[in-house]
Design a protein around this ligand. Sequence first.
Ligand SMILES: *[C@@H]1O[C@H](CO)[C@@H](O)[C@H](O)[C@H]1NC(C)=O
Ligand SMILES: *[C@@H]1O[C@H](CO)[C@@H](O)[C@H](O)[C@H]1NC(C)=O
Ligand SMILES: *[C@@H]1O[C@H](CO)[C@@H](O)[C@H](O)[C@H]1NC(C)=O
Length: 244
Amino acid sequence: MKFSTLLAISIVFTIFVTTNSLQIHCIFSETFLNAVGNGYECHTTNILATQTTSVTSITGTHIVGKNHNDVTVIYTEGNYSLPFFPRNFSHFFPNIKAISVHFSTIETLYGDELDEFPQLEHISFWGNYYLKAISSQLFEKTPNMIHIWMNNNAIEKVGRDLFTPVDVSRLRFLGFSFNPCISRDISGDNRTAMISLINEIRDKCPYDELICLSLKNDMKEVQEKLESKVKLLEEKLDKCSLSQ
Ligand SMILES: *[C@@H]1O[C@H](CO)[C@@H](O)[C@H](O)[C@H]1NC(C)=O
Ligand SMILES: *[C@@H]1O[C@H](CO)[C@@H](O)[C@H](O)[C@H]1NC(C)=O
Ligand SMILES: *[C@@H]1O[C@H](CO)[C@@H](O)[C@H](O)[C@H]1NC(C)=O
């Protein structure tokens, strides 16, 4: 085998390994959040995650007497270098109740990001200046939300069924202020007021994912047809040049 081939293989292998491993360094501390009370937090900054990355290991020193099972809060600060919310945190921290994501470069919440945290009650997505769209599926597995902070992002589209799975009678804060399509918060236990903000979000940030999905499929179909037609023509053209 040529050296250059070996080199190419080893480079590909290195990229493969690095994109499929993600070590998270936590600074552990005790914390307090209104929605969940006293908590124990993993605070992490500068995660470099890619589209396929799951957390593969956790480093950092616990407070004496605490371990991974005590961690209830994940706080990530992206420093504009976090394009994707990492998966598989729950494998290490099975008792997460609150998640904060600040200053990421996440553009879309596709809907499965929170699925692995069934005890989740608080999320804070704040200062994610690239975050434009939220899928209807985001809270599908986390109906017990108490605080939802989505302030100061770039939100333009919110899936029309985003709040359908959420038990609105538990909600005590819904924050969507300082976004392009909406700027309003509601706090407290006024169910009518909560529902009115939910309806306002649906009206002002329309996102019909089914239409988008069907457009995407149409596009793919046309592209595939076009590609096969081009291939056919290329084959015919090949024969032309042979006969000349
Ligand atoms: C989660 O992490 C564990 C330990 O590294 C691993 O065995 C498991 O396959 C991971 N799951 C996913 C979905 O990445
Ligand atoms: C954020 O990223 C910039 C540029 O990469 C770096 O200079 C800075 O130290 C980082 N800030 C923190 C808090 O890590
Ligand atoms: C609840 O909110 C509705 C709509 O915003 C308002 O009309 C009503 O007075 C509020 N009820 C209480 C008890 O504050």
